[in-house]
Ligand binder design. Structure first.
Ligand code: MV4
Length: 509
């Protein structure tokens, strides 16, 4: 019925562009890369069969230019577009434009994306599919009186959230009724500024939750399977830092309940391709649906390692109309995988982004180590995008051995010329709390608070003082830009300039 995909345009950059291009090569498909001026010398550009310039470095003038990307697809004869994560990956208008142009969007339909893109709509769909979700409203709040009513009903403390939100933006914890009016005003105006929609709803606050997500795959023939969970609680300011599969908090029975709940949601939304249902899990192991991510995620490799599946192969096969080549019973989890996201940022200096030239790169390998990498020695990390450099992934029969393998790989790994967060992972993986899997979404902030002096001793190794000076100069420049922008729009300073772009566009990873 569907013509097979022959040529894939990868509308992304960095490690994920390379990851997808590798899958294309393995499947015998031709590939097309696109790049901005900052990425002329990036790995993905040389790896693809063809590469086309999008425009200037700013994402808004390159990787977010839907018109240019569709034009390049037409020009190159690409019959499918893989959006990766971030950028256009959750943009329903772009998916619709691809559908219109007769190019397959490797992801869900634009209508399924719309249905799950709004948090309030997703909560309504979750109710229709009988998923447990956090008690609270499923409609945007109409007034303060209504907010008071719902908050009283579910009980304080509560959380205000933006319907169009993500990444914690427009989110406010409210301890008691006296704080409600001010918090509602703040959350509404922040949501208005960040997403162009001031719609806010209320949930009961779940204390010290774990963040656990279920990977889904659904084909165009009504088959939908879950591929187990990922534990993503080790995060800082809504940026995941370490992810693993499986979660120490999930046993076989809970996995089955969360998995079938996620499958019900996908089926209710007419969802196809890869997707992830996010849940909060409380101390009593109650789980609550939060939202659906309608893209391939950064942390997908840990699921690939414990299931033995290739999610990008499967995404492409699903997009060309193939049925899933296995059923739920065939999915077997084996071993344990841990991922560390290596960023060009300096944990000893407020996690300031650290762009610049990579003067030395020693990579890790050996038994049980996978690296999904987008950098090379001599390459310059631009300051225009998310500063992710690489993902180091360890796989072993047990969690304990996966931790030891990761620590060994981190010893091998060295990036010279820029600051990275490599030493932070050494600390996390050596921490007793992490090693006994006592983690929740507040874990990393607590660790950083307790170790704010001791991490200085094991500070990032720099090649020389000149590079140090250059890095500091770049950081000062970066901060002055953020300061200028903050003045402009009155927002709290974002973690970096790339994030600011993402927020203006309403994108997130
Ligand atoms: C919550 C919550 C506690 N209670 N909702 C943060 C981002 C957004 N996707 C949902 N988030 C949360 N929602 C209720 N009702 C705590 C968080 C939360 C969180 C969630 C996932 C991963 C990291 C987090 C860090 C802080 C707060």
């Amino acid at each position: 019925m569907n013509k097979k995909i022959q040529k894939v345009l990868v509308a992304n950059r960095g490690e994920i562009a390379l990851r997808i291009l590798r899958a294309c090569r393995e499947l015998g498909l031709s590939s097309v890369a696109v790049y901005s001026d900052a990425d002329r010398a990036s790995l993905h550009v040389g790896y693809a069969d063809e590469a086309y310039r999008l425009g200037p470095s700013a994402a808004t003038e390159s990787y977010l230019r839907t018109d240019r990307i569709l034009e390049i697809a037409r020009q190159s004869g690409a019959d499918a577009i893989h959006p990766g994560y971030g950028f256009l990956s959750e943009n329903a208008e772009f998916a619709a434009a691809c559908e219109q142009a007769g190019v397959r969007f490797i992801g869900p339909s634009s209508s399924a994306m719309r249905m799950l893109g709004s948090k309030t709509k997703a909560r309504q769909t979750a109710d229709a599919a009988d998923l447990p979700r956090v008690p609270g409203s499923t409609q945007a709040l109409g007034s303060l009186a209504e907010a008071k009513r719902v908050a009283l009903d579910v009980g304080y403390p509560v959380m205000l959230k933006a319907a169009a939100g993500g990444g914690g933006k427009g989110m406010r914890a409210v301890a008691s009724e006296s704080e409600l009016a001010g918090a509602l005003e703040n959350a509404t105006s922040e949501a208005e500024r960040a997403f162009g929609s001031g719609e806010v709803y209320i949930e009961k606050l779940i204390q010290q939750p774990r963040h656990i997500e279920i990977q889904l795959l659904a084909d165009h023939h009504g088959n939908c399977v879950y591929l187990g969970e990922r534990e993503c609680s080790v995060q800082r300011r809504h940026q995941k830092v370490v992810e693993e599969a499986p979660s120490a908090a999930v046993d076989e029975a809970l996995r089955r309940r969360m998995g079938s709940a996620a499958v019900r949601l996908a089926q209710a939304a007419g969802y196809t391709n890869a997707g992830t249902a996010e849940f909060l899990v409380d101390a009593e192991r109650n789980f609550y649906f939060l939202e659906m991510n309608t893209r391939l995620q950064v942390e997908h490799p840990v699921t690939e390692l414990v299931t033995g599946l290739d999610l990008v192969h499967l995404q492409i096969q699903i997009a060309q109309g193939d049925p899933l080549p296995f059923t739920q019973q065939d999915v077997v989890l084996r071993g344990h995988a841990i991922e560390c996201r290596i960023y060009a940022e300096d944990p000893e200096n407020g996690f300031m982004p650290s762009p610049g030239k990579i003067t030395r790169l020693l990579q890790a390998s050996g038994p049980g180590i996978r690296e999904d990498c987008g950098i090379y020695e001599g390459w310059t990390v631009p300051l225009d995008y998310d500063p992710i450099l690489s993902k180091l992934i360890a796989y072993a029969p047990t969690r304990a051995l996966a931790i030891e393998r990761m620590l060994r790989a981190l010893q091998e790994y060295h990036v010279g010329g820029i600051a990275t967060n490599v030493n932070l992972f050494r600390r996390i993986l050596s921490d007793r709390g992490f090693r006994s899997a006592e983690i929740d979404t507040g874990y990393l902030e607590r660790l950083l608070a307790e170790s704010s002096t001791s991490t200085l001793e094991s500070g990032a190794v720099r090649d020389n003082d000149a590079e140090n000076a250059a890095t500091i100069a770049a950081a000062i420049f970066e901060q002055s830009q953020i300061a200028a922008e903050t003045k402009e729009n009155g927002n709290a300073a974002p973690a970096n300039a790339w994030k600011a772009t993402g927020r203006r566009e309403g994108m997130r990873l």
